[in-house]
Design a protein around this ligand. Structure first.
Ligand SMILES: Cc1cc2nc3c(=O)[nH]c(=O)nc-3n(C[C@H](O)[C@H](O)[C@H](O)COP(=O)(O)OP(=O)(O)OC[C@H]3O[C@@H](n4cnc5c(N)ncnc54)[C@H](O)[C@@H]3O)c2cc1C
Length: 366
């Protein structure tokens, strides 16, 4: 489109530097970062937000040393600092207990302890009983865990324009993105498990269902804990319990929780459910979006494993694939993306979705 038609279009429509689709923890954090850097932002969301279902536990990852663990540890430290320094009203440091699922897992804890990067000590079944937690196995107790209030996303978006709209179509007009009646130079997809606005099959975004319940309780649980469910400290008579696994349901979650705490002393008062989004290789997806159609049309031998320079969709970015750790990963991932967009600072390779493109091409039938 060009000429007078475009002038009229611009006059009628609100124009921004960047539109972000999604107001979950990913969208809220990137919006916060970019607006702190002076960018003119619009956030568009239809309110179907997994982040508001989350228990929003912020805890260190346990496991063997691995690139994913290093990234998560870095993100955990960053998130903790960020929440304490900037959003302390919405973040509660609670300490965090990690418990083995079974005997085999308990053996693995001996290996995991070497890789724990946050300050911790062991906690025995006897000590656990004293704080109303049942476990036949010892676990780790970390000093630095915490829990966010679910309305932290609203607070991150405070002062930023947010529009309630389900985006069904995005149009490219004269080097601008048009979303509904809004125009922008840049578009960021922070859409969680819904990946239908562009062809992003190579990223392998998938959904895992989960539930959280808020329970009225007089049980004195002074420390939050994770096993196959997450149970929060008792805050003013409320305990949050959450889990996201395949086939999770509120009843299954309550049954699992009842092995850990006295199930007769918790009364369900509200339930929240949602789908969290993960990537093919469990690492976050932060960066630009490859123009899949262009690449396949122009380089058919990609399917045979040949590599070519990537062509991206202009001014389109993504922040997604935060898995079960959105509240841990989002602050650092948003910093990486805003530094990349504004200051041209290279993205860490392990979060850049480019890593998945050529592998995905090889799996296509030639
Ligand atoms: C039950 C449960 C418990 C969890 N517990 C924890 C926890 O304790 N700690 C933790 O760190 N993480 C937890 N998670 C994971 C965490 O919730 C996710 O990592 C996080 O929600 C990912 O955030 P997101 O912003 O990427 O996606 P979402 O929160 O799903 O947000 C996606 C956004 O995109 C918008 N959107 C999508 N498509 C469109 C469209 N076409 N038009 C308009 N808007 C659109 C939606 O409205 C929404 O605003 C839990 C998840 C669940 C389900």
């Amino acid at each position: 489109m060009s000429g007078r038609g475009v002038d009229k279009l611009y006059m009628k429509r609100d124009r921004y530097r960047t539109i972000i689709i999604g107001a979950g923890v990913a969208g809220a954090n990137i919006a916060y970062n970019l607006s702190q850097m002076g960018e003119d932002i619009l956030v568009v969301s239809d309110g179907n937000i997994a982040s508001s279902a989350a228990g929003a536990f912020v805890s260190p990852k346990i496991g063997k040393s691995s690139p994913l663990k290093s990234l998560t540890d870095r993100a955990f430290e960053f998130a903790r600092e960020f929440y304490i320094s900037t959003f302390h009203k919405y973040y509660h440091q609670t300490q965090m207990i990690r418990l083995p699922k079974d005997m085999a897992d308990s053996d693995k804890f001996k290996i995991y302890r070497e890789a724990n990067s946050s300050k911790f000590r062991d906690i025995t079944p006897k000590e656990l009983r004293e704080i109303n937690i049942n476990s036949p196995y010892s676990g780790f107790i970390f000093d630095d865990g915490g829990v966010c209030d679910s309305d932290i996303c609203d607070e991150l978006l405070n002062g930023i324009k947010v529009v309630n709209l389900e985006v069904r179509e995005i149009i490219r007009v004269d080097e601008l993105w048009q979303v509904g009646e809004y125009l922008a130079n840049n578009l960021i997809l922070a859409t969680g498990y819904r990946d239908n606005l562009f062809d992003m099959a190579y990223m392998g975004i998938g959904a895992t269902y989960g539930c959280r319940g808020d329970f009225k309780s007089t049980l004195n649980i002074p420390i939050s804990l994770h096993k196959n469910v997450s149970i929060s400290k008792n805050f003013d008579g409320i305990i949050k319990i959450g889990a996201t696994h395949k086939d999770e349901s509120i009843n299954l979650m309550i049954e699992k929780a009842s092995h850990l705490i006295d199930g007769s002393k918790i009364e369900l008062i509200s339930t929240y459910c949602g789908n969290r989004a993960g990537s093919r290789d469990y690492f976050p997806l932060v960066g630009r979006v490859v123009d899949t159609q262009y690449m396949l049309d122009n380089y058919p031998n990609l399917k045979k494993g040949t590599k070519h320079p990537l062509k991206y969709i202009d001014n389109l970015f993504i922040i997604n694939g935060l898995g079960a750790r959105g509240f841990v990963l989002a602050p650092l991932m948003a910093k990486y993306l805003s530094d990349y967009m504004i200051n041209n600072i290279e993205l860490p390779k392990e979060i850049n979705p480019d890593r998945l493109f050529f592998k995905w091409c090889r799996r296509l039938t030639p």
